[in-house]
Design a protein around this ligand. Structure first.
Ligand code: MG
Length: 324
């Protein structure tokens, strides 16, 4: 059956540019693709690349789509994981294989701004029912941030939980200080607990992170280290004992991701790459399937609604396609 493919790039401006390990992120650029079959059915997929996380660039994704000449005639190569996700989720939807949405009761992790601002920002989030909060660290001097964490640990009411995300920005000595502080807080929590420390060191220092994981009780989650399913498998083969953070929109084939979690006991935590409604629905469907199969309720890192100065979060995929 012939499947027609059309693609439209998009750009969304963040209300507040995001501080990342690679500088300020002001525009989220990606593309929506539309697949149509000769029975008149249509489905959408989203290419939301994150090149500094190891995915292809938007340019490479668009080059591949344009090379198809309007027809889906070949499978997407492995080195285009964000495009793979877009095409395969759209194909599944076109074939009626998308699961019914079961997103209502998923617990979403809230995002705190880095630094002292986080000490105030948690209040409205917790008031709205958020119980898991992510706070970026490694931005200010470690002494200062540890003192703020101490305060957060006392302020946040139980059963709140903190996820600390270093984006690979710590040294081994700094990571040891953080983990020791987390262990102390978790041993005698006055308020919240720390669920895990995410990606303390850069991906190249995998062995050092394994040593850290063995030396402390607080879990370590890998994130930058496991951007694609191939990297998830590699870390699992090397015996990673902690949590695996997964961003489905850049991980590659959803089928391969499902196979990975069905064949391993690796605990996964799903998160967003600031997709539009198209990628978000597909990624949350995968997360919901994982949670259902595993019977877990770990909070999802999808607290990204309202990050842009537009009304796209209120649109359906069809409406968004028309808008582009
Ligand atoms: Mg992270």
């Amino acid at each position: 059956m012939a499947i027609a493919l059309a693609v439209k790039p998009y750009g969304r401006r963040f209300q507040q540019p995001l501080q990342t390990a690679h500088g300020l992120w002001t525009w989220r650029r990606g593309a929506i693709l539309q697949l149509s079959n000769d029975q008149g059915h249509t489905a959408y997929g989203e290419i939301a690349p994150l090149p500094w996380f190891g995915s292809e660039t938007l340019g490479a994704a668009l080059d591949f789509c344009h090379s198809l000449g309007g027809q889906l005639t070949k499978t997407v190569p492995q080195d285009l994981p964000a495009t793979q996700f877009a095409v395969e989720t759209a194909l599944a939807a076109l074939g009626g294989l998308s699961p019914a949405p079961i997103q209502g009761d998923l617990d979403i992790c809230g995002l705190l701004p880095a630094g002292q601002a986080g000490l105030q920002r948690w209040r409205p989030l917790v008031a709205q029912g958020t119980r898991t909060l992510k706070w970026k660290i490694g931005v200010w001097p470690v002494e200062q941030e540890l003192a703020w964490m101490e305060q957060l640990g006392q302020q946040l009411p139980p059963p709140c939980r903190l996820r600390l995300d270093a984006n690979g920005g710590l040294t081994v000595a700094m990571a040891q200080r953080w983990l020791a502080a987390c262990d102390r807080l978790n041993a005698a929590p006055q308020g919240c607990t720390v669920e895990y420390l995410e990606q303390p060191l850069p991906p190249a220092q995998f062995e050092a992170m394994q040593h850290l994981a063995q030396g402390f009780k607080t879990a370590i989650a890998l994130d930058e280290s496991v951007a694609t399913v191939a990297q998830l498998q590699a870390c699992h083969r090397q015996g990673w004992p902690g949590v695996y953070g997964v961003k489905p929109a850049i991980a590659g084939s959803p089928d391969h991701l499902r196979r990975f979690w069905r064949q391993s006991a690796a605990p996964l935590v799903f998160s967003s790459v600031f997709e539009t409604v198209v990628g978000r629905r597909a990624a949350l469907d995968l997360a919901a399937a994982y949670h259902q199969e595993r019977g877990t309720t770990t909070a999802l890192g999808f607290g990204t609604q309202g990050a842009f100065g537009d009304d796209w979060d209120t649109l359906t995929p069809e409406q968004l396609w028309q808008r582009l």
